[in-house]
Design a protein around this ligand. Structure first.
Ligand code: ADP
Ligand code: MG
Length: 253
Protein backbone atom coordinates (compact mmCIF):
# COMPACT_ATOMS: atom_id res chain seq x y z
CA UNK A 1 0.00 0.00 0.00
CA UNK A 2 1.32 3.47 -0.77
CA UNK A 3 2.05 5.78 2.14
CA UNK A 4 -0.50 8.31 0.91
CA UNK A 5 -3.20 5.69 0.61
CA UNK A 6 -2.48 4.39 4.11
CA UNK A 7 -2.54 7.94 5.41
CA UNK A 8 -5.94 8.59 3.84
CA UNK A 9 -7.32 5.31 5.12
CA UNK A 10 -6.20 6.09 8.66
CA UNK A 11 -7.83 9.52 8.48
CA UNK A 12 -11.08 7.93 7.33
CA UNK A 13 -10.92 5.25 10.01
CA UNK A 14 -10.11 7.79 12.72
CA UNK A 15 -13.12 9.83 11.65
CA UNK A 16 -15.41 6.79 11.67
CA UNK A 17 -14.14 5.71 15.08
CA UNK A 18 -14.31 9.29 16.39
CA UNK A 19 -10.63 9.58 17.23
CA UNK A 20 -9.82 13.21 16.44
CA UNK A 21 -6.70 13.30 18.63
CA UNK A 22 -5.28 10.33 16.80
CA UNK A 23 -6.18 11.82 13.43
CA UNK A 24 -4.37 15.04 14.28
CA UNK A 25 -1.19 13.49 15.63
CA UNK A 26 -0.51 10.11 14.06
CA UNK A 27 1.42 11.52 11.12
CA UNK A 28 3.86 13.70 13.02
CA UNK A 29 4.30 11.00 15.66
CA UNK A 30 4.99 8.41 12.98
CA UNK A 31 7.76 10.60 11.59
CA UNK A 32 9.19 11.03 15.08
CA UNK A 33 8.93 7.28 15.68
CA UNK A 34 10.78 6.50 12.45
CA UNK A 35 13.53 9.03 13.13
CA UNK A 36 14.06 7.86 16.72
CA UNK A 37 13.49 4.16 16.01
CA UNK A 38 10.71 3.79 18.57
CA UNK A 39 9.35 0.31 19.25
CA UNK A 40 5.89 -0.04 17.71
CA UNK A 41 4.33 -0.18 21.15
CA UNK A 42 5.80 3.21 22.03
CA UNK A 43 4.30 4.73 18.92
CA UNK A 44 0.91 3.26 19.68
CA UNK A 45 1.14 4.50 23.23
CA UNK A 46 1.99 8.05 22.12
CA UNK A 47 -0.90 8.14 19.67
CA UNK A 48 -3.34 6.87 22.29
CA UNK A 49 -2.04 9.43 24.78
CA UNK A 50 -2.73 12.17 22.26
CA UNK A 51 -6.25 10.84 21.78
CA UNK A 52 -6.83 10.77 25.53
CA UNK A 53 -5.63 14.35 25.93
CA UNK A 54 -7.83 15.45 23.06
CA UNK A 55 -10.91 13.84 24.63
CA UNK A 56 -10.15 15.36 28.01
CA UNK A 57 -9.89 18.83 26.48
CA UNK A 58 -13.02 18.30 24.47
CA UNK A 59 -15.09 17.40 27.56
CA UNK A 60 -13.82 20.49 29.35
CA UNK A 61 -14.57 22.67 26.33
CA UNK A 62 -18.13 21.38 26.31
CA UNK A 63 -18.53 21.84 30.07
CA UNK A 64 -17.30 25.40 29.75
CA UNK A 65 -19.67 26.18 26.89
CA UNK A 66 -22.62 24.57 28.69
CA UNK A 67 -21.93 26.58 31.86
CA UNK A 68 -22.99 29.79 30.06
CA UNK A 69 -20.74 32.05 32.04
CA UNK A 70 -21.55 35.65 31.04
CA UNK A 71 -17.81 36.32 30.90
CA UNK A 72 -14.71 34.44 31.79
CA UNK A 73 -13.36 35.37 35.22
CA UNK A 74 -10.48 33.49 36.76
CA UNK A 75 -8.82 33.23 40.13
CA UNK A 76 -5.60 34.46 38.50
CA UNK A 77 -7.16 37.82 37.75
CA UNK A 78 -8.71 38.22 41.19
CA UNK A 79 -6.85 40.71 43.35
CA UNK A 80 -7.14 39.24 46.83
CA UNK A 81 -5.28 42.17 48.39
CA UNK A 82 -8.12 44.42 47.24
CA UNK A 83 -10.89 42.11 48.44
CA UNK A 84 -12.12 42.73 51.94
CA UNK A 85 -13.52 39.67 53.69
CA UNK A 86 -12.17 37.19 51.14
CA UNK A 87 -9.42 34.78 52.18
CA UNK A 88 -7.13 33.70 49.35
CA UNK A 89 -6.40 30.47 51.19
CA UNK A 90 -10.08 29.67 51.56
CA UNK A 91 -10.83 30.38 47.89
CA UNK A 92 -7.86 28.32 46.71
CA UNK A 93 -9.01 25.45 48.90
CA UNK A 94 -12.47 25.73 47.37
CA UNK A 95 -10.87 25.68 43.92
CA UNK A 96 -9.88 22.08 44.57
CA UNK A 97 -13.57 21.27 44.30
CA UNK A 98 -14.29 19.12 47.34
CA UNK A 99 -17.35 21.27 48.03
CA UNK A 100 -18.81 20.07 44.73
CA UNK A 101 -18.56 16.40 45.61
CA UNK A 102 -19.66 16.82 49.25
CA UNK A 103 -21.92 18.58 48.14
CA UNK A 104 -21.72 21.92 49.88
CA UNK A 105 -23.19 25.25 48.97
CA UNK A 106 -21.42 28.56 48.64
CA UNK A 107 -23.02 31.85 49.45
CA UNK A 108 -21.35 35.08 48.44
CA UNK A 109 -23.00 37.99 50.19
CA UNK A 110 -21.94 41.61 50.04
CA UNK A 111 -22.34 44.97 48.36
CA UNK A 112 -22.29 45.53 44.61
CA UNK A 113 -18.95 45.37 42.85
CA UNK A 114 -17.10 43.48 45.56
CA UNK A 115 -16.23 40.45 43.45
CA UNK A 116 -19.07 38.05 44.26
CA UNK A 117 -19.88 37.18 40.67
CA UNK A 118 -16.18 37.12 39.75
CA UNK A 119 -15.47 34.52 42.45
CA UNK A 120 -18.58 32.49 41.64
CA UNK A 121 -17.56 32.29 37.98
CA UNK A 122 -13.92 31.57 38.80
CA UNK A 123 -14.83 28.68 41.10
CA UNK A 124 -17.40 27.45 38.58
CA UNK A 125 -14.67 27.53 35.95
CA UNK A 126 -12.38 25.46 38.15
CA UNK A 127 -15.23 22.95 38.52
CA UNK A 128 -15.61 22.70 34.73
CA UNK A 129 -11.87 21.96 34.52
CA UNK A 130 -12.63 19.01 36.80
CA UNK A 131 -15.27 17.96 34.27
CA UNK A 132 -18.14 19.01 36.49
CA UNK A 133 -21.40 20.11 34.96
CA UNK A 134 -21.98 23.74 35.84
CA UNK A 135 -24.66 26.27 34.97
CA UNK A 136 -24.57 29.98 35.66
CA UNK A 137 -27.92 31.73 35.74
CA UNK A 138 -29.25 35.00 37.14
CA UNK A 139 -31.86 34.46 39.84
CA UNK A 140 -34.49 36.44 37.94
CA UNK A 141 -33.89 34.44 34.74
CA UNK A 142 -34.01 31.17 36.63
CA UNK A 143 -37.36 32.03 38.17
CA UNK A 144 -38.66 33.07 34.76
CA UNK A 145 -37.54 29.73 33.30
CA UNK A 146 -39.14 27.84 36.18
CA UNK A 147 -42.36 29.76 35.66
CA UNK A 148 -42.39 29.05 31.94
CA UNK A 149 -41.72 25.38 32.59
CA UNK A 150 -44.54 25.22 35.12
CA UNK A 151 -46.95 26.86 32.66
CA UNK A 152 -45.91 24.37 29.99
CA UNK A 153 -46.29 21.53 32.51
CA UNK A 154 -42.63 20.75 32.15
CA UNK A 155 -41.48 21.66 35.62
CA UNK A 156 -40.42 18.19 36.68
CA UNK A 157 -38.49 17.75 33.49
CA UNK A 158 -36.66 21.02 34.14
CA UNK A 159 -35.98 19.95 37.74
CA UNK A 160 -34.54 16.69 36.48
CA UNK A 161 -32.37 18.51 33.98
CA UNK A 162 -31.12 20.93 36.62
CA UNK A 163 -30.41 18.04 38.96
CA UNK A 164 -27.89 16.67 36.46
CA UNK A 165 -25.81 19.78 37.16
CA UNK A 166 -23.07 19.35 39.73
CA UNK A 167 -23.06 23.08 40.34
CA UNK A 168 -25.88 25.57 39.87
CA UNK A 169 -24.75 29.17 40.24
CA UNK A 170 -27.65 31.48 41.05
CA UNK A 171 -26.39 35.01 40.58
CA UNK A 172 -27.86 38.23 41.91
CA UNK A 173 -30.43 36.92 44.31
CA UNK A 174 -32.12 39.99 45.72
CA UNK A 175 -31.82 42.32 42.74
CA UNK A 176 -35.38 41.55 41.71
CA UNK A 177 -37.94 40.46 44.30
CA UNK A 178 -40.18 37.53 43.37
CA UNK A 179 -43.88 37.21 43.89
CA UNK A 180 -45.00 34.35 46.08
CA UNK A 181 -45.31 31.72 43.31
CA UNK A 182 -41.90 32.74 41.97
CA UNK A 183 -40.35 32.41 45.42
CA UNK A 184 -41.96 29.01 45.84
CA UNK A 185 -40.62 27.81 42.51
CA UNK A 186 -37.09 28.76 43.52
CA UNK A 187 -37.61 27.28 46.95
CA UNK A 188 -38.73 23.95 45.49
CA UNK A 189 -35.77 23.83 43.14
CA UNK A 190 -33.28 24.50 45.91
CA UNK A 191 -35.02 21.96 48.13
CA UNK A 192 -34.69 19.47 45.29
CA UNK A 193 -30.93 20.03 45.18
CA UNK A 194 -30.56 20.00 48.95
CA UNK A 195 -27.83 17.54 50.01
CA UNK A 196 -27.69 16.15 46.49
CA UNK A 197 -25.99 18.84 44.41
CA UNK A 198 -23.98 21.96 45.09
CA UNK A 199 -25.50 25.39 44.67
CA UNK A 200 -23.79 28.78 44.64
CA UNK A 201 -25.74 31.93 45.44
CA UNK A 202 -24.51 35.48 45.12
CA UNK A 203 -26.54 38.18 46.79
CA UNK A 204 -26.33 41.79 47.83
CA UNK A 205 -28.64 41.04 50.74
CA UNK A 206 -27.90 40.19 54.33
CA UNK A 207 -29.70 37.02 55.48
CA UNK A 208 -32.17 39.12 57.47
CA UNK A 209 -33.23 40.81 54.24
CA UNK A 210 -33.87 37.65 52.21
CA UNK A 211 -37.49 37.65 53.24
CA UNK A 212 -38.04 40.77 51.11
CA UNK A 213 -37.10 38.76 48.01
CA UNK A 214 -39.56 36.00 48.86
CA UNK A 215 -42.65 38.21 48.98
CA UNK A 216 -42.40 38.68 52.74
CA UNK A 217 -42.97 34.97 53.35
CA UNK A 218 -41.11 34.38 56.62
CA UNK A 219 -41.77 30.67 56.79
CA UNK A 220 -40.60 29.94 53.27
CA UNK A 221 -37.53 32.16 53.67
CA UNK A 222 -36.53 30.53 56.95
CA UNK A 223 -36.95 27.05 55.47
CA UNK A 224 -34.95 28.04 52.40
CA UNK A 225 -32.11 29.59 54.38
CA UNK A 226 -32.11 26.56 56.59
CA UNK A 227 -31.50 24.21 53.67
CA UNK A 228 -29.18 26.48 51.77
CA UNK A 229 -27.01 27.39 54.74
CA UNK A 230 -27.01 23.96 56.36
CA UNK A 231 -23.98 22.70 54.45
CA UNK A 232 -22.67 26.02 53.26
CA UNK A 233 -19.61 28.19 53.19
CA UNK A 234 -20.66 31.79 53.55
CA UNK A 235 -18.25 34.38 52.20
CA UNK A 236 -19.10 37.94 53.04
CA UNK A 237 -17.45 40.46 50.76
CA UNK A 238 -17.08 43.94 52.14
CA UNK A 239 -16.11 47.45 51.21
CA UNK A 240 -16.48 49.64 48.16
CA UNK A 241 -16.95 48.56 44.57
CA UNK A 242 -13.65 47.35 43.07
CA UNK A 243 -14.12 49.31 39.85
CA UNK A 244 -14.96 52.54 41.63
CA UNK A 245 -11.89 52.17 43.77
CA UNK A 246 -9.71 51.45 40.74
CA UNK A 247 -11.11 54.51 39.02
CA UNK A 248 -10.36 56.70 42.00
CA UNK A 249 -6.92 55.31 42.61
CA UNK A 250 -4.19 57.64 41.33
CA UNK A 251 -2.25 56.42 38.30
CA UNK A 252 0.40 53.87 39.17
CA UNK A 253 -1.28 53.01 42.44
P1 ADP B 1 -20.42 41.76 42.39
O1 ADP B 1 -20.90 40.51 41.75
O2 ADP B 1 -20.00 41.62 43.83
O3 ADP B 1 -21.38 42.91 42.21
P2 ADP B 1 -18.36 41.58 40.40
O4 ADP B 1 -17.75 40.29 40.73
O5 ADP B 1 -19.25 41.63 39.20
O6 ADP B 1 -19.10 42.22 41.65
O7 ADP B 1 -17.21 42.66 40.25
C1 ADP B 1 -17.37 43.85 39.46
C2 ADP B 1 -16.15 44.01 38.54
O8 ADP B 1 -14.99 44.23 39.33
C3 ADP B 1 -15.88 42.78 37.73
O9 ADP B 1 -15.36 43.16 36.48
C4 ADP B 1 -14.82 42.02 38.53
O10 ADP B 1 -14.01 41.24 37.70
C5 ADP B 1 -14.06 43.17 39.16
N1 ADP B 1 -13.56 42.84 40.49
C6 ADP B 1 -14.23 42.90 41.68
N2 ADP B 1 -13.43 42.58 42.71
C7 ADP B 1 -12.23 42.29 42.17
C8 ADP B 1 -10.96 41.88 42.73
N3 ADP B 1 -10.77 41.77 44.05
N4 ADP B 1 -9.94 41.66 41.86
C9 ADP B 1 -10.10 41.82 40.52
N5 ADP B 1 -11.26 42.21 39.95
C10 ADP B 1 -12.32 42.45 40.75
MG1 MG C 1 -22.61 40.28 40.67
Amino acid sequence: MSATLTHDLIVTQARALKLPGLARTFDALARQARDAHWPHEDYLHEVLTAEQASRHESVIRHRLRDARFPEVKTLDTFDFAAADGVSATQIHTLARGEWVTQPENLIFAGPIGTGKTHLAIALGLEATKQKRRVLFVRAADLVRELREARDARELSRLHRRLLTLDVLIVDELGFVPFDRPGGELLFNLLTDRYERRATVVTTNLAFAEWVTVFAGDEKLTTALLDRLAHHATVITTKGKSYRMRKRRAPAGD
